[in-house]
Design a protein around this ligand. Structure first.
Ligand SMILES: [Zn+2]
Length: 341
């Protein structure tokens, strides 16, 4: 495949990955990520999808046109295997089930968050409470108020047909190994095709950005510990071509994992230094000390949603340092962090 410019991966179409496997980029809305890759695998009866995309009309239209270009229609989708329960991966899968009956499978670790969201809506999870303890009351308010029109039914939040654990699934003649890789979310999974050296990595390993950690309705206690453990497990598999949910599909898995591990090592150093400079600080105050995104933006330059991700991420790094005994956390309602002498 051609190595086009960094943004070119979102161009709509059906791009061949291997015989009978295609990459179908779909658009997102109001999102810094620009697009999401859905992978279509021909299975003899139709196509199975890895990830579904976001249930917005423009994404459905692109999916229909891209499937059409390889001789299929949305009604030919036989099932959707979703790497994790974020809106940009999960909700179009539900829409396809509603309209065409294609069953939805997702990792069993997403059960808590999906049960919560289907009952309460995506905006009213424990994220807001977590932002309060992080010393970010304005962001907590923003999260519980964000898009008051959003309701679980309108956004296509329903429980899946299948909760996947570690194991194998057959798609046509192919056998894919399912690995549970908690971190980005608790129930994130990746799918490995050993014979063809392909890894459908979801958001756990992305080529251009570092995945957000622990942003979900029912948060995990130690998302960064889980994330780095999961990377370690995938690093032990033979190397493969990286098929990410966001970004082009031309990187190798091992090299990118090594970069992500190095990123978090540096980030933990920066976080510890920021706590030392501030002497005693909330997660929100530490987040304001750190550079953000690969463009090294200041916290103040981020929009509210990305500030929320930044504070959540900083909390995960602080929790990791507490876990390692390098930083202490106070027992206050708004937690204060200080370096352990
Ligand atoms: Zn995503």
């Amino acid at each position: 495949m051609s190595r086009a410019g960094a943004g070119a991966w979102t161009e709509p179409g059906a791009f061949p990955i291997a015989p009978g496997i295609h990459r179908l980029p779909l658009p997102l809305r109001d999102d810094g990520l620009k697009g999401v890759n859905v992978y279509a695998i021909e299975d003899g009866d139709g196509v199975a999808l890895i990830d579904g995309g976001w249930a917005i009309p423009e994404a459905f239209d692109v999916l229909a046109a891209s499937l059409n270009s390889i001789g299929y229609r949305p009604g030919d989708v036989t099932r959707t295997v979703v790497t994790h329960a974020h809106i940009d991966h999960y909700t179009l899968a539900v829409r396809l089930r509603t309209e065409y009956g294609a069953p939805v499978a997702v990792g069993r670790g997403e059960r808590d968050s999906l049960t919560w969201i289907t009952g309460h809506g995506p905006r009213h999870g424990f994220q807001a409470a977590q932002l309060l303890t992080a010393g970010a009351p304005q962001l907590a308010e923003y999260m519980s108020r964000k898009d008051p029109a959003a309701d679980p039914v309108a956004e296509s939040w329903e429980l899946p047909d299948v909760w996947l654990g570690e194991g194998e699934i057959k798609i046509g003649q192919r056998t894919l190994r399912v690995l549970e890789t908690p971190g980005h979310t608790q129930g994130h999974i990746v799918l490995w095709l050993e014979d063809e050296e392909l890894l459908f990595s979801g958001d756990q390993i992305l080529p251009h950005i570092t995945p957000s950690i622990g942003f979900e309705s029912v948060p995990q206690p130690q998302p960064l510990v889980s994330f780095l453990d999961s990377l370690g497990r995938v690093r032990q598999l033979p190397d493969a071509r990286l098929l990410p949910a966001h970004g082009p599909a031309d990187a190798r898995v091992h090299a990118r994992i090594d970069e992500l591990v190095e990123h978090h090592r540096r980030r933990l150093d920066q976080t510890r230094s920021a706590v030392a400079r501030l002497a005693s600080a909330t997660a929100a105050e530490v987040a304001q000390e750190l550079p953000w995104t690969r463009h090294e933006r200041t916290f103040a330059e981020l929009d509210l949603f990305n500030r929320t991700l930044a504070v959540t991420e900083t909390r995960a790094h602080l929790a990791f340092l507490v876990h390692r005994g390098e930083v202490a956390a106070s027992a206050d309602d708004v937690v204060l962090y200080s370096v352990v002498a």
